[in-house]
Design a protein around this ligand. Structure first.
Ligand SMILES: NC(=O)c1ccc[n+]([C@@H]2O[C@H](COP(=O)([O-])OP(=O)(O)OC[C@H]3O[C@@H](n4cnc5c(N)ncnc54)[C@H](O)[C@@H]3O)[C@@H](O)[C@H]2O)c1
Ligand SMILES: [Zn+2]
Length: 351
């Protein structure tokens, strides 16, 4: 018997540019190449309503495919409608998909780009704070399927990410808070970012401040993704606050992902205090940042049984990445009943 090996290495380069008005500066000169089957723009209905003129000014004549806005539409109908529009407009292997939107359009568009002709270039233009600091960086793409979040997806780095703070001006405060959940999480893992956040804790929603911290967040996330592009090790640190956060999110109560992550960070810091030698002053500062971002919003119902559904957990145990000191985290594994009891006890102390 003869055996052969083919080794595939990820050789794609992903360039991220971040600057005010970079959207028009980067895309208008590329317009010619995107006409006549060279490209298509994909966005959601809210972003299109807000930015139609801006899109036309930079990319007039390039076809546009619009998906209905909202997390509930991150499913196969939006994916296949985009693939159909790409085929109808004669996109080729060297054509480009330009995606403008938050994490929803970004995830659907990124997946379509990875499927069409087995993969074409994708330019991501993230328009929410969460998408700029988190979802557009790292090459994860997905749609929800069979009632399961992100069940169908692929890893594929976008050819280019264009993060323009101009888009944040129209973002509702609640959506800014969503991005702040990830920003504070990054701060817990990156001491230099943490200092900047702490010094400016009164200005977390200020757009000039955010324009300054978006590149710091991209730099941090990119540094993690460079080391672990397929989430086999280090990248798991980005789950900080998310095990408890996801459980709260699934429990109803109407809080956003970012708000639940902020509560997750607060509660998981308290668990860390119980189980590890921690820098208590740091964890106090971390919680104070979370509370500043929450602006007095209350804790959601503690639907902790949902932590059992987390992919990382067996039915008996829960494993969490918890913050312990500036830039440091530990993995905490607890029997599920103990996790639930301890979180409840800590939550009661907060009320
Ligand atoms: N791929 C990844 O690595 C990754 C990481 C984190 C989250 N995600 C995914 O991202 C999604 C959440 O992303 P999101 O929070 O950006 O949600 P979203 O894309 O639904 O955007 C939130 C809302 O803001 C609107 N919007 C977008 N840009 C706007 C702007 N500039 N002004 C006003 N409104 C605007 C949208 O239409 C939507 O109503 C989830 O599906 C999540 O699974 C993916
Ligand atoms: Zn998150």
């Amino acid at each position: 018997m003869k055996t052969f090996k083919v080794i595939e290495r990820e050789t794609r380069e992903s360039v991220i540019v971040c600057r005010k008005n970079v959207f028009s500066a980067e895309l208008a000169p590329r317009r010619g190449r995107l006409l006549g089957g060279g490209g298509i723009v994909f966005t959601d209905s809210n972003v299109f309503a807000l930015y139609r003129e801006r899109i036309e000014r930079a990319l007039g004549g390039v076809p546009v495919c619009v998906m209905p806005a909202g997390e509930e539409n991150k499913r196969e109908p939006a994916l296949f409608a985009l693939l159909q529009a790409m085929a109808e407009n004669g996109l080729r292997r060297n054509s480009v998909l330009v995606v403008l939107g938050g994490g929803v359009a970004g995830d659907v568009g990124g997946l379509a780009a990875s499927l069409y002709m087995r993969g074409i270039d994708c330019v991501q233009v993230p328009t929410t704070l969460l998408a700029q600091v988190d979802s557009s960086v790292g090459g994860k793409t997905a749609v929800d399927f069979f009632g399961v979040k992100n069940l169908i997806g692929a890893f594929r780095q976008p050819a280019r990410v264009i993060a323009d703070p101009v888009f944040l001006k129209t973002l509702p405060r609640r959506e800014l808070r969503c991005g702040l959940g990830e920003i504070v999480k990054h701060g817990a893992l990156c001491p230099s970012l943490f200092e900047v956040l702490l010094e400016n804790r009164g200005d977390l929603f200020d757009l000039d401040f955010l324009a300054r911290v978006v590149p710091l967040n991209i730099a941090f996330k990119a540094s993690v993704v460079r080391v672990d592009p397929r989430e086999t090790g280090l990248r798991k640190c980005l789950n900080l606050g998310h095990t408890t956060g996801h459980a709260l999110e699934l429990g109803g109560g109407g809080l956003s992902h970012g708000e639940c992550v902020l509560w997750g960070l607060i509660l998981e810091s308290l668990l860390a205090e119980r189980h590890f030698k921690t820098d208590s002053a740091f964890l106090k500062d971390l919680s104070s940042l979370c509370f500043a971002a929450l602006e007095g919003g209350g804790m959601p119902p503690l639907a902790l049984e949902n932590a059992r559904l987390d992919k990382k957990n067996t039915s008996a145990d829960v494993t969490l990445a918890v913050p312990v000191a500036a830039g440091k985290y530990e993995l905490l594994r607890l029997p599920f009943a103990q996790y639930e009891r301890e979180v409840r006890e800590e939550a009661e102390k907060l009320c």
